[in-house]
Structures are given as C-alpha cells and as structure tokens.
Design a protein around this ligand. Structure first.
Ligand code: ADP
Ligand code: MG
Length: 448
C-alpha cells in the first residue's frame, strides 16, 4: 500500500518536497483503519503533520476507498506520541510549525427543512438545492460558483449551511468546508506567521464543497484576495463546488480585484430580498413548529407585521415574546406581547406617501408628476424607482401600488420593479441612490 501511495504522491508533489519529507517516512502499521507512519525526527513529523497530512490521507483513502486516520510517529523514541515535547522547544531557531485550522461546525438548525421558500428567495433556494444535489462538475447548469447575496439576516448563512448538510447527508465522506471570510483571513495570517502558506493551501484545497461566508469582507484585503484567487482556481479546475455569500453582488464590490470579480460572476449570482408578510408569517410558524411552541395566529401576525426587514430580528422577537410570557405567566395575546416587543421605530409602517415624497424630492419632480402620465424621461424613471421602492418597503400589492401612482396597471408596476431591480445589479450609482433613498424613507417614517 505505502509504495502505491508513494507513487501517487510523487506525481502530486514537487520533487524536493517528496524527497525530503515523504520518502523519509515509513508506513509501519495499518490497523483498524489507522495507518502509522514513522518519521526520522520530530521536525519531520511536525512538518508532515502540518503540511502534508491531508494529501497523504486523501491519497490513501483514494486507494483504499474508505476513510483512514493517520498517526505520525518518530523513529527510536520511546514516547513519540502527541504529548512528547516537540523538537522546536529545545531548539528555538526552528519556528513552530503550522497548526491546522479547525473546521467550523455547521449549525444543525440550518437545514433545508427549516428554510421557508417565498418569492423573495425562490431562486437562491432552488440554486442552492441544485448545487447540493449535484455540486461542482456534476452540476449540469454550472452554478459554480454559486454567489448568494442579500441584506443582513435574510438567510444567506442558513442556505449555505443547508447545502453543506445536504451534501453530507448524501455523501457522508464529502469534504464540506464552511468558513467565514474572517476566518479564512485569520488562518492565512497564522499560516504566514508560521511560515507555512503551503499548509494552508493544502488544507483548503482538499475541499469538495467550499462555502465562504460574508465574502464582502475580502474587499481591500490584498493578500487574502491573492490567496483566495488561487484556492478558487484550484478547486474550480478540479470540478469542486464553491459557494459564496455576500451582502451585495460582485459588481458592487469596487475594491475587489477584477479577476476575482469576474470569477465570482461566472456561475450563478442569486439574490435574496426581504420577505413579504406572508413569508414572514410562514417563517414564524415553522419556527414555532420545530421549537414546539403554541402560538395564536394573531400573535404571529402581529410580530410579522412589525418586523419586516431582518429575519434574525423577527425570530428574536418571537423568542423574547415566548420567554417573557413564560416568565410572567401572562397569556399569549397581542395586548400582552405588544408592550414587551416594543418594535424598534425603524420598523415603523412606511406609507406610500412618504415614498412618493422622498422620491419626488430626489429626482426634483413633484408628487403629481409621479402620479400623472407624463412620459418625460426624468419623470418616468423617477416613477419606476418609486414603484420599486414601494414594493420593497411596503406590503402593498402590485395593483395597490399602481393605484398609488395615479391608477397605473399592475403589469406596469411589475415591469418597473423588474427593470429597476435589474439595473440595480449592473449600475453601482443607481444602487447607491436606492440605498440612500431607502435610508431616508426609513428615517422619515420613524419620525412620523
Ligand atoms: P444572513 O446570513 O443572510 O445574515 P442568516 O442565514 O444568518 O442570515 O439568517 C438569520 C436567521 O433567520 C437565521 O436564524 C435563519 O435560520 C433565519 N432565516 C432566514 N431566512 C429564513 C427562511 N427563509 N426560512 C426560515 N428561517 C430563515
Ligand atoms: Mg450570515
């Protein structure tokens, strides 16, 4: 077996690496799927452990077809196990070797079964499921990478981890790595400090499915971008799946290297929007179900109406309500929970009038212009933006929004929303204006 492993490793590694580190090791025992390797000294052991254990392990597993554990010992040492004092401790000239990044555990709650599908996340959900079923090269639609984006608390992390869970359910031996961009960066810094970029690379490049969360934080981090670029390419070329989550699309990450931006966009970019009232209620209901809570419909509706823009806050409100009610012994009624929840003013009801006023001011037209039928370019553009924002910030239906704009047809409203939504993705300036308008709308609503 070891000769076979050596043959394969020789092809995978550079010659000096192979000669120095691998060839000097001997396989001395294989028992209960545990292979014991013997190295000539502590330094070699630590170096192997830090840099090559994964590649050795996967090579053995490829040959045997099942998973093995690997123990690396030192020759002629009585106490050569883990707790023996490492070589460097008696020789300060030799740097500490690379410590393996610990994998992040998946949150057991973040599974597809707990995820409520609504019009706000349908595409992102379908794509995630597709990728989980057939990742990387297996995916006929090449959703690789899958890039999910959306505001805070809208379910990006949940979906990503659901992909991981599902993958592991189908193939328990799949190497699913979930990592935040922050951890990726920290691991890289640690590796550089320990003078072992290679160990870092070997580690991340063994992934079958690499899930990287909050990738927006990579902006401006040059060395992380550099390293991630290579990790990405290696995995992509090997037909492995990459999934990324961000609070905005790649096109709106100005400090992202061009080459990364184009790679992030080459699979599928799918957005998650804030959920509508119906979806928010369904989320609360589902949550209540698996937490075994008995909630009156009116209470669900009350919470869902008052927490509109962030599902984490929506869930938080539910938990607070339940906790308070169980402590106080009061019954679950809207009258009882309202004072406890005291929804933040930021979630104040946004009225159609506020949106129309704010948009009119921004585009220097009048509210009457927006409600009228002029097709002047400035006016019709402002009108489209107004309809889009009204769709986002209120629960009004398409026909109702049409009415607010002086009786426009609901298909016109739909067309406007789609158009602005599409342009928003391609046009950073528009996207910025929309964000500012959104902030102003919230601010004005709050002060009313
Ligand atoms: P993000 O990563 O986008 O900031 P999370 O994935 O952390 O958001 O989601 C925040 C919370 O909302 C989590 O507890 C998650 O389970 C829940 N959540 C988000 N979207 C849904 C959904 N569609 N159905 C059920 N729960 C959801
Ligand atoms: Mg998240």
């Amino acid at each position: 077996l070891w000769t076979q492993v050596l043959d394969r490793l020789e092809k995978k590694l550079s010659q000096p690496t192979f000669e120095t580190w691998i060839k000097t090791a001997k396989a001395i025992d294989l028992q209960d799927n545990c292979l014991i390797l013997e190295t000539p000294n502590f330094f070699a052991r630590n170096w192997l452990q830090a840099n090559y254990i994964n590649i050795i392990k996967t090579t053995i597993e490829d040959i045997l077809g099942h998973s093995v554990t690997l123990k690396i010992t030192v020759a002629n040492q009585e106490n050569s196990s883990e707790n023996s004092s490492p070589f460097w401790s008696s020789n300060p000239a030799i740097p500490k070797t690379y410590t393996y990044p610990k994998p992040t555990e998946l949150n057991p709650k973040y599974v597809f079964e707990h995820f409520v599908v609504g019009s706000n996340n349908r595409m992102a959900h379908a794509a995630s499921l597709a990728v989980a079923e057939s990742p990387g090269r297996e995916n006929p639609l090449s959703f690789n990478p899958l890039f999910l984006y959306g505001g805070v608390g809208l379910g990006k992390t949940h979906l990503m981890q659901a992909i991981g869970h599902y993958r592991l359910k189908i193939r328990s031996d799949a190497k699913v790595f979930y990592v935040s961009t922050e951890k990726f960066t920290n691991d890289l810094i640690t590796a550089i400090r320990q003078d072992s970029r290679q160990g870092f690379r070997d580690h991340y490049r063994t992934a079958d499915v690499l899930l990287v969360d909050d990738i927006q934080f990579i902006e401006g981090q040059e060395s992380t971008q550099e390293e991630f670029f290579h990790t990405f390419n290696t995995l992509h070329e090997a037909g492995k799946q990459v999934v990324l989550a961000s609070d905005r699309p790649p096109s709106q990450m100005p400090q992202l290297q061009e080459r990364l931006c184009s790679r992030f966009s080459m699979g599928l970019v799918a957005d998650i929007q804030p959920p509508d009232l119906e979806t928010r209620m369904a989320i609360l209901q589902k949550k209540a179900e698996y937490e075994n809570l008995d909630l009156p419909q009116a209470v669900i509706e009350y919470i869902a109406t008052n927490y509109t823009s962030n599902i984490r806050e929506l869930e938080g409100a539910l938990i607070r309500t339940v906790a308070y009610m169980s402590i106080s012994g009061l019954s679950m009624t809207v009258e009882n929970i309202a004072p406890v929840l005291n929804p933040p003013a930021a979630h104040a009801e946004v009225s159609a009038d506020v949106i129309i006023a704010v948009v009119a001011e921004e585009f220097q037209v009048t509210p009457e212009d927006l409600k009228g039928s002029s097709r002047r370019r400035e006016i019709s553009q402002a009108r489209q933006v107004g309809m889009y924002l009204m769709r986002q910030y209120t629960d009004l239906s398409l026909p109702k929004i049409g009415e607010e704009f002086g009786g426009k047809d609901h298909t016109t409203v739909m067309y406007s929303c789609d158009k602005v939504g599409q342009r928003r993705e391609q046009d950073p300036d528009l996207s910025k204006v929309l964000r500012q308008l959104g902030d102003r709308i919230t601010l004005v609503s709050r002060s009313q």
